[in-house]
Design a protein around this ligand. Sequence first.
Ligand code: ATP
Ligand code: MG
Length: 421
Amino acid sequence: MSNPIQSVRGMNDCLPDAADTWQAFEAIVRDWLRRYGYREIRTPILEHTGLFKRAIGEVTDIVEKEMYTFVDELNGESLTLRPEGTASSVRAVIQHNLLYDGGKRLWYTGPMFRHERPQKGRYRQFHQVGVEALGFAGPDTDAELIVMCADLWRELGIAPTLQLNTLGDHAARQRHRARLIAHYEAHRDVLDADAQRRLHSNPLRILDSKNPAMQAINDAAPKLMDELEDEALAHFDAVQQRLHASGIAYEINPRLVRGLDYYNRTVFEWVTDQLGAQGTVCAGGRYDGLIAQLGGKPAPAAGFAMGIERLLALVDAGGRALETAAPDAYVVHAGAAAEAYAWQVAAVLRGAGLAAILHCGGGSFKAQMKKADASRARYAVIIGDDEAAAQQVTLKPLRGTGEQTRVELALAIDYLNNATT
Ligand code: ATP
Ligand code: MG
């Protein structure tokens, strides 16, 4: 029996210190998305299981073995904790006819659930920020998605590298698929169990195999690039031109096929070698068929999703220090009159936008100062009966070398706003 007073394996608590970092990251991300004109969409964490089967595809790692699926005992429906955000976003867009007046730029964030083997950078509850540009067909959109990622990396002080590929369109993929099956059938003896199983259902995914024994046969496999039609090639060229113009370096990786079935044309991943095996921090591409596949009026689409845990690990390994806000003041007080005034002081400080912790629970001055120190606050705001009578406060810097000083309350606000200690 597992211990019920332990979090579920692969699902982590985010304690206050970490949550400070997450909030700093989220603030940067929200502002970045705002500047690109993206708007947030929030969808439920539970969806009908059929949504993910139809969107992601039956023969994918996610649907085959990673989904948290259960029967709602109250009505017998099969439900699934979302393993990713695109299916739900597209479902909501169709359900609410959001594309009726043209394309939409949407983003989402939140927990995703996949029953994988937990390890560094791979969890059963993890978090993504994702972006969907729905209703836009052109290569300009694909390129902008990539450029905007690069912009965020700059801001976070990290430098993952870009891998790029094109999957072409349906007909080219069908031709390639037939050739792949022929290739793998001719080498049946070296196929591993996964490959055997996928040979007819999803041979493209065999190329994605991480099994070293499959390396040679995958290297010799027919290339999708050789099947691509002019239109898809022109689209890919146009994406690359814009990347050149924006000064974004990339590597074309013909083996990049993405784990999900719904991609076509442009696909990309941002990868790093700083995180061990879990090196993909962001992945995306175009998925023009998905909206129609889910029953919507056909419309093109492209997007990406980034893994927040992996990104934060990369930032931690040498990116920008994500500032975490310590409280400005910890208000200590001794005596009944002082306490009444301390309440006023705290209210005034908060009204001025400062973070003020009011000491609660009484205790000696010394004990209160200990709490003030432990609170990480920049200043102790000390109030005795004297200060209360004079409507003043004593400010004691808790970090740095500043001097203790006694000032009018109004001046204290300036002090706390400007002080850098
Ligand atoms: P992987 O090959 O690592 O399993 P994936 O192709 O399944 O990744 P996507 O479905 O494309 O991943 O998800 C986008 C991003 O979300 C990934 O690039 C990664 O950063 C993050 N991610 C995916 N699965 C997990 C997980 N189990 N734990 C933490 N982050 C994850
Ligand atoms: Mg995966």
